[in-house]
Design a protein around this ligand. Structure first.
Ligand code: ATP
Ligand code: MG
Length: 250
């Protein structure tokens, strides 16, 4: 999908600090983070509630800005970009998946997948074509005329992943994507991420659960806004070769 250039640096955080200033109270969300992630990596971010995982993801996804320090995305310092440049880079380089899916109700899943392409100025015929290919990738082509509330949680999350991939971003960020799913659906989501990683997409997933993180190749742990460990996972959970996704049958 977005292969090639594997191993080249995609993300670099340098002494990155995030302070939330809510008037009377200042909260240190992230405390001097230094981190590099290369193209093609498959990374888990772990840590207790309040440790800074979502704060990190929002900065990586250019949804929020650091208070101090630098975030270089593909070599460009995000702090120096204008709001217009930031939204352009977000659209081109980043797909974001949320715990609560965030699909648009009363819109077919095919249209949901097309939405980022409208912002990306993709022509209508190509939008339709690409939306179908993406729904095929996540095993939901047969459901393309359905609306989100007609699908299971796991299927909705797969639509959200298809939508996140619409503009073929090199980076896929997922903040607790399995947080609302049962264990079977969670496995399907992680296997999908593993396959996308095999196709060259850089995937960063936040999770509380060891067995979810076990699918990834590198596990980074946060505590109280600090990065406290960064380990290679030598034996990632293998993905099943022949198992179809539920929904393909329907
Ligand atoms: N918008 C905000 N305003 C003020 N403080 C915030 C804000 N967002 C997060 N924080 C604080 O920053 C710290 C890190 O929060 P963050 O949401 O990044 O944690 P998390 O690791 O994602 O937790 P969880 O596992 O519960 O999702 C917490 O102390 C939190 O209260
Ligand atoms: Mg969070």
């Amino acid at each position: 999908m977005t292969g090639g250039e594997a191993g080249r640096e995609l993300i670099r955080l340098q002494d990155l600090v995030k302070i939330y200033d809510t008037g009377s109270l200042r909260v240190l969300g992230l405390d001097r983070i230094n981190l590099r992630i290369s193209r093609g990596e498959f990374v888990a971010i772990m840590g207790h509630s309040g440790s800074g995982k979502s704060t990190l993801m929002n900065i990586l996804g250019c949804l929020d800005r650091p208070t101090l320090g630098h975030y270089y995305l593909d070599g460009t310092d995000v702090a120096e970009m204008t709001p217009d440049e930031l939204s352009a880079i977000r659209n081109r380089k980043i797909g974001f998946v949320f715990q609560s899916f965030n699909l648009i109700s009363r819109m077919t899943i095919e249209k949901n997948v097309e939405v980022p392409m409208i912002y990306g100025r993709v022509r209508p015929a190509e939008r339709k074509q690409r939306a179908r290919e993406l729904l095929e990738t996540v095993g939901l082509l047969s459901r393309m005329e359905h609306e989100p509330n007609e699908l299971s949680g796991g299927q909705r999350q797969r639509v959200a992943i298809a939508r996140a991939l619409a503009n073929r971003p090199p980076l896929l960020l997922a903040d607790e994507p399995t947080g609302n799913l049962d264990s079977q659906a969670s496995v399907e989501i992680m296997e999908l991420f593993a396959r996308l990683h095999q196709q060259g997409v850089t995937v960063v997933v936040v999770t509380h659960e060891e067995n979810i993180a076990a699918y990834t190749h590198r596990i980074i742990t946060f505590q109280d806004g600090r990065l406290i460990s960064d380990e290679i996972n030598e034996h990632p959970t293998p993905i099943s070769e022949h198992r179809g996704l539920s929904g393909r049958m329907s």
